[in-house]
Design a protein around this ligand. Structure first.
Ligand code: ADP
Ligand code: ADP
Ligand code: ZN
Ligand code: ZN
Length: 755
């Protein structure tokens, strides 16, 4: 599609958010525009913090102030104006999350269509579609109220089997020695009260735990002479699990210690009322439908040929097809949304949009290639084009050349990152970009080769009989002291193996991800890496005052803004206004503090230094070593005082890596570390990983990126495809052998890539 005939543009004038250098941008409407550039160049600042934020703000302005006050606040972005801006919908990788009632089926609306289908043509009819809803009293299992799971007593946690009843075998208040509930068991005459539970016969244990309604003649003076015996489990359930008040509330902590979520015995985990489960179409009930993988469900739905169900069948198949074609055919509709990965969440959101018939919307995507094998990327491309062809404007932040290629228009940000970025380096077609002199252009022209000196390992981490999720009881050996890349299409089982099974065998595994660290608003690079303490000591020694004076978290804080540098003004019916603190001019320190200097600079000037500048300023070994590590990860342009919550995901991951670069002999796991990284950042990342390996650590990377795979010392490929059809080891060995492995899709893509 050409951009010459574009009549309409979104015009951004004077954008200055974060590192943006007062730029003007014209973006063609009803086309696909991809934003490229190194990590930290300003793509997100332009697309999310400026364009998307302004669209949300304008939308909120259309509401009455009463409603506006209840909406999330979007501050005014730093931009002179944006003209011709259609409503924006952001499709990002934020996990959908949601409560236990939210599933892939409910969130895509496919479940409500299935309900309609069963209520129309199911046999026997049981009522309206609500009768199949686990979120409606009519359809839900009454035992678990539609959750499919109930709290059940975990016997291992309840009993100390090495003790007798008299010694306190029952680990729950009121059943412990001296507790009034224990008496009923001790005085029942059924048990040898001094016998260890471990030595009970099967029948005795059964009696202690489960039997009920047996007449007992008790020897306990406090109880009526004859009464009914009740086993431990029903007894605890009655007073502690099925109630919320009284003792159940009082012993809440003790209850959590002995219970675990288990499959609901009432509905077998299906969440539904028995009547709903009896209703079938072609021998399957609705629970069996949502249990199937989407690809299989699609086949099943197509077998339903009853004319009066034709429209519903069509609507269901369309949506299932979308999910399937986007590489999610391995999911089932009953999968809880809270367990989906970021990439899966993003693709589900995409399918929801494809179901709508809106036009003239701006769809904004944040790296849609995340989590996708090269094999699946083309499928995403078709859906992106589909959105455009319906008359929408599609904006994409992306690094993957296979997606960049489909752009009608490209805006390449740069030239570099942070203060050295924030401008537009190139705008135009893909062909033009590939010939340009920008970093992106250069990398598009470069040719990747397999690593020559592959490292060998003598020792192995061995994982035996892994069967979590779709893993097919596999045993895998991971070489120690080298870099292993784990590959396979989305849903093949990579994360299950490396993020969940591996730490069970080797609890010391260190996971390094791009998730925000839990820190206060005030944490910055200097505090996070620990050099701020040392800097304050230097100031303190030089000026003969306390180090705490140089902290904006305590004594040195500007009294007006309490060390935050800004003032929040809450104007009853309008957005909260954030303004720079006038007293300290945003530098967060008390005025007096700034009189103290270290080699001519005050503390605020030091915090405003970039890592680069600080490296020439600090000769002190301890500080310089940390700065050097930050430099090694490419973060030369970041200032010491920059707060962690303003870093991009890739920058944050590298700060975390820099904090690890000192340690030796660890096992590191990185899940898609190229997320958010430009091709030129990837070579930097590879250098850092190399360094970890040189320090005798084991590095295990889950990756789709072919540049990373080509530099592996060892590759483990899972497959052959996703979900039930995945979970096998397709290949384990050297990259140069992988390209000759015909049964591995990854091998085929790698072969094509390097030649
Ligand atoms: P990208 O999306 O291209 O990776 P971002 O737009 O997220 O980059 O970030 C742009 C750069 O701006 C990053 O280097 C980030 O560290 C920097 N930055 C963030 N907040 C500020 C700020 N308040 N002032 C200056 N630079 C900032
Ligand atoms: P990959 O990392 O290769 O994309 P995953 O390990 O995430 O694959 O998923 C492998 C399979 O396990 C998929 O079928 C996925 O749907 C399933 N799965 C992953 N996490 C869960 C979970 N929390 N509950 C149920 N199934 C899961
Ligand atoms: Zn139930
Ligand atoms: Zn202040």
């Amino acid at each position: 599609m050409d951009t010459k005939n574009v009549k309409e543009y979104i015009q951004v004038i004077g954008a200055r958010e974060k590192n943006l250098k007062n730029i003007n941008v014209k973006i063609p409407k009803k086309r696909i525009t991809v934003f490229t550039g190194v990590s930290g160049s300003g793509k997100s600042s332009l697309v999310f913090d400026t364009i998307a934020a302004e669209s949300q703000r304008q939308l909120n302005e259309t509401y009455s102030s009463f409603i506006r006050h209840r909406l999330p606040h979007y501050g005014q972005p730093h931009v002179d104006g944006i003209e011709n801006l259609p409503v924006a919908i952001i499709i990002d990788q934020k996990r959908i999350g949601g409560n236990a009632r939210s599933t892939v089926g409910t969130i895509t609306d496919i479940y409500s269509l299935l309900r309609l289908l069963f209520s129309r043509v199911g046999n026997p009819f049981i009522g309206y579609s609500n009768a199949f809803s686990f979120n409606n009293p009519l359809g839900m299992c009454s035992e678990c109220e539609g959750l499919g799971k109930v709290d059940t007593v975990n016997i291992e946690r309840l009993l100390d089997k090495d003790k007798s009843l008299n010694e306190g075998a029952i680990l729950f208040p009121t059943f412990e020695p001296g507790g009034w509930r224990l008496k009923r068991y001790i005085h029942s005459g059924f048990f040898d009260n001094d016998k260890r539970i471990r030595d009970y016969t099967k029948e005795e244990l059964e009696l202690l735990l489960f039997k009920s309604d047996i007449k007992v003649t008790t020897t306990d003076p406090e109880w009526p002479k004859t009464s009914l015996y009740e086993g431990l489990i029903p007894r605890i359930e009655r007073s502690f699990l099925k109630k919320e008040e009284g003792e159940a509330a009082k012993y809440k902590d003790a209850v959590t210690k002995i219970v675990a979520k288990g499959v609901c015995p009432g509905c077998g985990g299906t969440r539904l009322h028995p009547a709903a489960l009896e209703c079938k179409i072609n021998n399957k009930n609705i629970a069996e439908c949502v249990e199937m993988q989407i690809a299989d469900l699609l086949d099943f739905i197509r077998t339903i040929t009853v004319p009066r169900a034709a429209t519903v069948v069509m609507a269901i198949s369309n949506r299932l097809e979308h999910l399937n074609s986007i590489g999610l055919g391995y999911l089932s509709l009953n999968r809880e949304t809270s367990t989906l990965s970021g990439g899966e969440s993003q693709r589900i959101k995409m399918v929801r949009q494809l179901g709508s018939s809106l036009t003239d919307i701006t769809y904004i995507f944040d790296e849609p290639s995340i989590g996708l094998h090269p094999h699946d990327v083309n499928k995403i491309n078709d859906l992106l084009k589909m959105l455009r062809d319906r008359g929408n404007t599609v904006l994409i932040v992306e690094h993957d050349p296979d997606i960049i290629k489909i752009a009608d228009y490209i805006i390449d940000m740069g030239p570099k990152a942070g203060v050295n970025g924030g401008k537009i380096s190139y705008q135009g077609s893909f062909a033009g970009l590939a010939q340009s002199n920008t970093l992106t252009g250069k990398y598009l022209r470069s040719q990747t080769r397999l690593k020559e000196n592959v490292r060998k390992s003598g020792t192995w981490l061995s994982l035996k009989n892994a069967q979590l999720h779709n893993l097919k009881n596999i045993s895998v050996n991971i070489p120690q002291g080298v870099m292993t890349v784990v590959t396979g299409v989305a849903g093949s089982g990579k994360s299950s193996l490396v993020n969940q099974v591996l730490p069970k065998f080797y609890p010391n595994t260190i996971l390094i991800d791009q998730k925000p660290v839990q820190v206060s608003k005030r944490s910055n690079i200097a505090t996070f890496t620990g050099i701020f303490d040392k800097i304050r000591e230097l100031f303190s020694g030089e000026n003969h005052v306390k180090p705490a004076l140089f902290s904006f978290n305590s004594q040195g804080a500007c009294p007006n803004c309490k060390g935050t540098g800004v003032i929040y003004t809450d104007l009853a019916f309008m957005d909260t206004v954030v303004t720079m603190c006038e007293v300290c001019q945003g530098n967060r320190f008390m005025k007096e503090v700034l009189h103290y200097k270290l080699r001519g600079k005050n503390i605020n000037e030091v915090l405003n230094m970039t890592v680069d500048e600080a490296l020439t300023f600090f000769r002190e070994e301890e500080i310089a070593a940390t700065l050097k590590r930050l430099e090694d990860t490419g973060l030369t342009y970041i200032t010491l005082g920059q707060s962690l919550n303003t870093l991009s995901g890739g920058e944050l991951q590298r700060v975390k890596l820099a904090a690890e670069l000192e340690s030796r002999g660890n096992v590191y796991v990185l899940d898609e570390p190229t997320t958010g990284l430009h091709m030129s950042d990837i070579s930097l990342l590879l250098k850092i990983l190399d360094r970890l390996v040189e320090q005798e650590s084991t590095v295990i990377v889950v990756e789709h990126n072919l540049d990373v795979i080509s530099q592996a010392d060892w590759v483990i490929d899972l497959g052959p495809s996703a979900g039930e059809n995945g979970g096998n080891v397709m290949f384990a060995g050297l990259p140069k052998e992988l390209i000759n492995c015909n049964s591995s899709i990854t091998g085929q893509y790698l072969k094509e890539y390097i030649t």
